[in-house]
Design a binder for this molecule. Structure first.
Ligand SMILES: C[C@H](O)CC(=O)SCCNC(=O)CCNC(=O)[C@H](O)C(C)(C)COP(=O)(O)OP(=O)(O)OC[C@H]1O[C@@H](n2cnc3c(N)ncnc32)[C@H](O)[C@@H]1OP(=O)(O)O
Length: 740
């Protein structure tokens, strides 16, 4: 496409040039779009019949992408009134990937000074951005270069660059503080928060919020008013009125710096972004822009930016499943869902669904249990509001979509059932037998089991093709991962429907094959067993947790045990010992913990002591229990606690995970190594700046991992024994991420 085909200009009788970007699906700023914008702007500035410019997008409602999109009822409503145009999703992320692949920073186009400052902001004619859909990253930066911004009421705005390991590169670090103040800008940038245009108007980012029908008219009038002097032409980069005084701004930035140094020590771009903002506050907007550009160019090639970009692309790949999404099937809508069981998981699932505008029937066994479950959902919603993830008004609307029941009558017209009762095989079998009779024939029958074979759960039904695993992670309304489990009988249609459904409920899906523990628990179970092994080899449990959190995990394995409950873990140990007897490690540690009155967070005493309002403290009496366990298990070679460096602790916990991960790939449980990266980042909170478990393993290399596992297996047993697949890769020098 020539630049002009992607960026068009129309001049109206009002002497306003409307320049529109047309680069579906998200109007990303490619090199040719940037060139096209510059070309059309120069033309508009040159022409005598143009007084001002409106920057917008073409409305391509008929684009194939949008036609194929699965819209929620709310979105359909929205698209009817608002049109489907999307202002701009930012710089084309493929450019960033290319820069990293080739190590060539010159591939990054200069849009900051050349286009945004010299052409849009300081150009001879004023421009107004007419925003619909979203303006993100470079898209919002273009808009902030305009003299004013008019947006439709449902438009979304944000600078999410930090999520990608970089900082904004078209003046975002300078103009956002000048429009909304340092404090709000820091908050938006550090959290990559997306805000609505209404919020944007309150903050000063948006000048006016209008309906979709009025967007162009109002923007044209606004542009004309500026051109004819009825409205001031504002150069945002030169503004200082919204920024807090230097001292106050510096204090805000210093507080944020201390926070990110604590929470994201291995992500240099957070601190770099704050430094760039400060440069602009001290030395002026233009100096800030120059520093921003320089810092961005350095950061793009950093280790964490490469890893975070890998996570971005790996996440996008999870919803493209060969054999499912490429075989011309059309997804069906899932609008009404029944959830069976309102315990911790069931209430979390119901919360996740209603907050995404899905109608939910929540079934419990009696009214007492039902009341408790409904209360849990309410509390979950309130916690989302408190955390700023949901607005109060939406909470009420979400709650109105929930109906509690104690029988199956309402199941007659549901599109999907998600069973979330205890991990009791017989109970699940009888539930599936019953729902098959009452639910409509298209209804998907899903189980949230994390361990039980789906074929066994559905053994008493004839609906094997509609049975699917929908394994969410606790708390289900917060954790972003959805493991979709496919048996050999599950239809492609059912998987496709659940994949689309995942998008609606804002979960990241990974499609996996049926096996013990599926992909996520199976791969990560050796991590917990490795911790048990280390404790029994004489390594201090609190040191293990400290080293693992320093590596970047939110909490260590022993604290995780306290949170998830010992009984859950013990049940999983049993299942694994049966399924993988060759490499399962078992010790009586948890049993001894419980016998000594340490039962985890729920009772306030586990490996840690829990008191309301206080951080968990290591529980010193645990040490005696661990000592007793070591005596009983007696696996320490020579009887003396082993001596390990911190790095070795990390390796002894994560290399067995990598080892199992490759078995999972080899057996076809997942299709790609990158699916396990996403599973680790979103399911286990593996540090995203390390790119996920398999990406991290590849950065270390198969040979080293193999050698370490081999030597530990010789010293401490089969738990560490490297798989044949790993051995082959190590011997042949094949990267771990390469397709088997
Ligand atoms: C210099 C600057 O400061 C630097 C930057 O601007 S960096 C870029 C910052 N922008 C972002 O991070 C936005 C990332 N994208 C998103 O959040 C979402 O895609 C979105 C909100 C824009 C659109 O969401 P939605 O309508 O649900 O569409 P979605 O399915 O996600 O995207 C459609 C397609 O557009 C692609 N796309 C989205 N944003 C893109 C971008 N900035 N560049 C290239 N492609 C992009 C997606 O990869 C997807 O392609 P695929 O179908 O082949 O996977």
């Amino acid at each position: 496409m020539t630049p002009n085909a992607q960026v068009r200009m129309e001049i109206g009788n009002d002497d306003i040039a409307v320049i529109s970007i047309c680069n579906p699906p998200v109007n990303a700023l490619t090199v040719s779009v940037i060139a096209g914008l510059k070309e059309q702007y120069q033309e508009a500035i040159k022409r005598s019949d143009v007084k001002a410019i409106v920057l917008t997008v073409s409305n391509y409602e008929d684009s194939i992408h949008l036609k194929n999109r699965y819209l929620t009822r709310e979105e359909e409503q929205f698209s009817k009134f608002e049109g489907d145009g999307k202002f701009c999703g930012g710089l084309d992320i493929n450019i960033v990937q290319n820069v990293q692949k080739n190590g060539d920073i010159s591939l990054l186009p200069d849009a900051s000074v050349d286009l945004v400052i010299d052409t849009i902001e300081n150009g001879k004619k004023p421009s107004v951005a007419a925003i619909q859909g979203f303006a993100l990253g470079g898209g919002l930066e273009l808009a902030m270069g305009c003299s004013a911004r008019i947006a439709t009421s449902r438009a979304e705005l944000g600078l999410p660059e930090l999520k990608l390991g970089i900082i904004p590169g078209c003046g975002g670090t300078q103009r956002l503080p000048r429009l909304v103040g340092t404090s709000k800008a820091v908050d938006m940038l550090m959290s990559s928060k997306i805000i609505t245009s209404e919020e944007g108007k309150e903050l000063g980012l948006i000048n006016d919020v209008v309906s979709s029908e009025d967007l162009l008219t109002v923007s044209r009038l606004w542009a004309l008013d500026i051109a004819e002097g009825r409205q001031a032409r504002i150069n945002t980069l030169q503004r200082t009125d919204k920024i807090e005084p230097i001292r106050e701004s510096s204090a805000i930035l210093e507080t944020a710096r201390q926070k990110v140094l604590k929470t994201s020590p291995s992500m240099p771009h957070y601190k770099a972004c704050l430094d760039v903002i400060e440069e602009g506050i001290i030395s002026g907007g233009y100096a800030g822009v120059l520093k921003e550009e320089k810092v961005l160019r350095e950061l793009i090639l950093s280790k964490s930016a490469r890893a975070l970009l890998h996570v971005y692309f790996a996440e996008r790949a999870t919803s493209k499943v060969p054999g499912i999404t490429d075989c011309q099937l059309k997804h069906r809508k899932i609008e009404k869902v029944a959830v069976i069981g309102g315990g911790l998981m069931g209430s979390g699932i119901a919360t996740a669904l209603i907050r995404s505008s899905v109608q939910v029937i929540l079934k419990e066994i009696d009214y007492d249990c039902l009341q408790k479950s409904l209360k849990s959902v309410e509390v979950n919603l309130q916690s989302l509001v408190k955390g700023g993830h949901l607005v109060e008004e939406k909470m009420k609307k979400a709650f109105s979509l929930l109906k509690g029941v104690v029988d199956y009558e309402e199941f007659r017209d549901v599109d999907m059932v998600i069973e979330a009762v205890n991990e009791d095989t017989l109970l699940k079998q009888s539930i599936f037998e019953e729902i098959e009779k009452i639910c409509p024939p298209h209804c998907i029958l899903a189980s949230n089991t994390s361990t039980i074979d789906l074929n066994v759960i559905g053994a008493r039904t004839k609906a094997q093709d509609r049975i699917v695993g929908t394994h969410l992670f606790s708390p289900a309304h917060v954790m972003p991962l959805l493991e979709i489990v496919q048996t050999e009988n599950t239809s492609k249609q059912a998987i496709l429907d659940v994949l689309k459904f995942a998008k609606i409920i804002q979960k990241v899906p990974i499609v996996v094959k049926n096996c013990t523990g599926f992909a996520v628990n199976r791969t990560f179970f050796p991590y917990m067993q490795g911790a048990d092994m280390l404790a029994n080899l004489g390594v201090d449990v609190f040191r293990v947790d400290r080293v693992i959190t320093e590596f970047g995990m939110r909490i260590g394995p022993f604290q995780l045990l306290d949170l998830s409950g010992y009984n859950v873990f013990l049940a999983v140990v049993k299942g694994f010992a049966v399924a993988f007897p060759d490499r399962s490690f078992q010790s009586p540690l948890l049993q001894l913990m419980m016998e000594n009155g340490h039962t985890g967070k729920k009772d306030g005493r586990g490996y840690y002591l829990y008191q309301k309002g206080k951080s968990p403290e290591p529980n010193p009496s645990v040490l005696k229990v661990v000592e007793e366990c070591r005596r009983l298990v007696s696996i320490i070679p020579g009887g003396e606690p082993i001596s390990v460096m911190d790095q070795e602790i990390v390796e002894m916990l994560f290399f067995p995970v990598v080892n199992e991960g490759y078995r999972v790939i080899e057996e076809g449980v997942v299709q790609r190594a990158s699916d396990l990266d996403i599973a680790s980042v979103h399911g286990m909170k593996f540090p995203s700046e390390r790119g996920g478990i398999m990406y991290w393993a590849d950065s270390i290399g198969a040979e080293y991992i193999y050698k370490r596992l081999k030597s530990w297996s010789e010293a401490y047993g089969n738990f560490f024994k490297p798989s044949l697949f790993l051995e082959e890769r190590a011997t042949k020098g094949i990267p771990l991420g390469a397709h088997p």
